[in-house]
Design a protein around this ligand. Structure first.
Ligand code: CAA
Length: 258
């Protein structure tokens, strides 16, 4: 992969978008590399994925404006589909994902962060959907995920005005879950990934699926989705071990993802 580094760190992995000269902007190749990175994840052993950007300035400064500048209508739709397909795959990846947003997260960068389950930001992070200032709409899911994450009114305000926001405001509106000094961001993300990895993987993945799938439907259907995921956990070795340990008042054995 030319533009995405993938590093396994025990039970979690770190994917780093590595195109710092263009502030990690997303061209075709970066997007294809993100898909290839997901192909590499060993779902038996990896229990959480962190995504971050290389360099000190940017997470991802958006889709590549140079590449987009000459697109036709059909090519624009195809580029949107390329990004949307990969980001949707990321959003529905069975394992939890954390965006460690270490700087500019604009346009496609903000959309990439919003496709992750959890967003942690450095105090230097800047978020925004500047697209209308470039004569386009957000194209990698921004109109949809921003509205779902912060509510339609705030999403419309930010998207229509193309106003960038700094980390404290992103925290205030619920776009990010926590803000850290830049030097502490990765350690915090890795600590969270380790903590998630220490819980029963089948149960964690079932929670992700229940939340994601349940949000797409009405409450009556959503609670049935939860019942099915809840029920499925009772077939796992990890559930039997953890509950037996509780009953016997001893620590449970490490979870085995079975
Ligand atoms: N596409 C292509 N190249 C980009 C880029 C982008 N989105 N963002 C930054 N770069 C490049 C710059 O062209 C520059 O390259 P050169 O050194 O070759 O000139 C390099 O990265 C460094 O950038 P700057 O010199 O501009 O750095 P700065 O510190 O002065 O400004 C910035 C930083 C405010 C993030 C500024 O780079 C910027 O505004 N970038 C564009 C942000 C943007 O509009 N993103 C949305 C794109 S549209 C989109 O993403 C659509 C979608 O939803 C799919």
């Amino acid at each position: 992969m030319a533009f995405v580094d993938y590093e396994v760190k025990g039970q979690y992995a770190v994917a780093t978008i590595n195109r710092p000269k263009a502030l990690n902007a997303l061209n075709d190749q970066v997007i294809t590399d993100l898909a290839e990175m997901m192909d590499k994840i060993d779902m038996d052993t990896i229990r959480c994925l962190i995504i971050t950007g290389s360099g000190e300035k940017a997470f991802v400064a958006g889709a590549d404006i140079g590449q987009m500048s000459t697109l036709t209508k059909a090519e624009g739709e195809a580029f949107g589909k390329l990004g949307n397909d990969v980001f949707r795959r990321l959003e529905t990846l069975p394992i939890p994902t954390i965006a460690a947003v270490n700087g500019f997260a604009l346009g496609g960068g903000c959309e990439l962060a919003m496709s992750c389950d959890i967003r942690l930001a450095s105090d230097t992070a800047v978020f925004g959907q500047p697209e209308v200032g470039l004569g386009i709409t957000p194209g990698f899911g921004g109109t949809q995920r921003m509205a779902r994450l912060v509510g339609p009114g705030k999403a419309k305000e930010l998207i229509y005005t193309a106003r960038n926001i700094k980390a404290p405001e992103a925290l205030e509106i619920g776009l990010v879950q926590a803000v850290y000094p830049a030097a502490e961001l990765m350690a915090a993300a890795e600590k969270m990934a380790s903590r998630i990895a220490g819980n029963a993987p089948i149960a964690v993945r079932a929670c992700k699926k229940a939340i994601n799938d349940g949000l797409q439907v009405g409450m009556d259907e959503a609670i049935v989705i939860e019942e099915q995921q809840f029920g499925g956990c009772f077939e796992s070795e990890d559930q039997k071990n953890a509950m037996a340990a509780f009953m016997e008042k001893r620590p449970h054995d490490p979870f085995v993802n079975r």
